[in-house]
Design a protein around this ligand. Structure first.
Ligand code: FES
Length: 153
């Protein structure tokens, strides 16, 4: 009986330790702005891509982001811009040598040579010579439309 109680107490302490580690990791992640892994989908060929908000509810909150895999342009991130209450279509192709950037903190980072971009797509570090390209995105009812033929900037 005593052994069983000791085992239960031991397992309880292990569980508390795991909870503390998860909380510390999550807190550290929030503080350091660690990498966000957005959901993604393959878009069919065409001039526009329709994203239904019901299927991607992350786009309902400021900063929510979805990775769209598209023919020709390869990767475009669609993100809800909370400051402007609109949507951004941000090319995921690094302007250095075409690596695919990933969200990192409030901006983006290229894994190939370490270029960094801020949340507005401006190149802020590494060898990237130019900002990321932007595409026009409009909201139409419950859908978000990414316009692949309309680059901005
Ligand atoms: S391709 Fe992105 S930093 Fe070189």
């Amino acid at each position: 009986m005593k052994l069983r109680h000791g085992r239960r107490a031991f397992l309880g302490k292990v569980a508390q330790g795991v909870d503390a580690c998860l909380a510390a990791a999550l807190g550290g992640c929030l503080l350091s702005g660690c990498r966000v892994i957005p959901r993604s989908f393959q878009a069919p060929a065409g001039d526009t891509v329709k994203i239904t908000l019901k299927n991607y509810p992350e786009l309902n909150r400021p900063g929510g982001i979805v990775k769209v895999l598209v023919p020709v342009f390869r990767v475009i991130y669609v993100r809800r811009n909370g400051r402007k209450d609109s949507f951004d279509g941000i090319s995921g192709v690094c302007t250095h040598q075409g690596g695919i950037v990933s969200p990192s903190g409030s901006g983006f980072r290229c894994p190939l040579h370490g270029s960094t971009y801020d949340g507005e797509g401006q190149n802020t570090g590494g060898p990237a010579p130019r900002p990321l390209k932007f595409f026009r995105v409009t909201a139409e009812g419950d859908d978000v439309i990414l316009h692949l033929k309309e680059k901005i900037g």
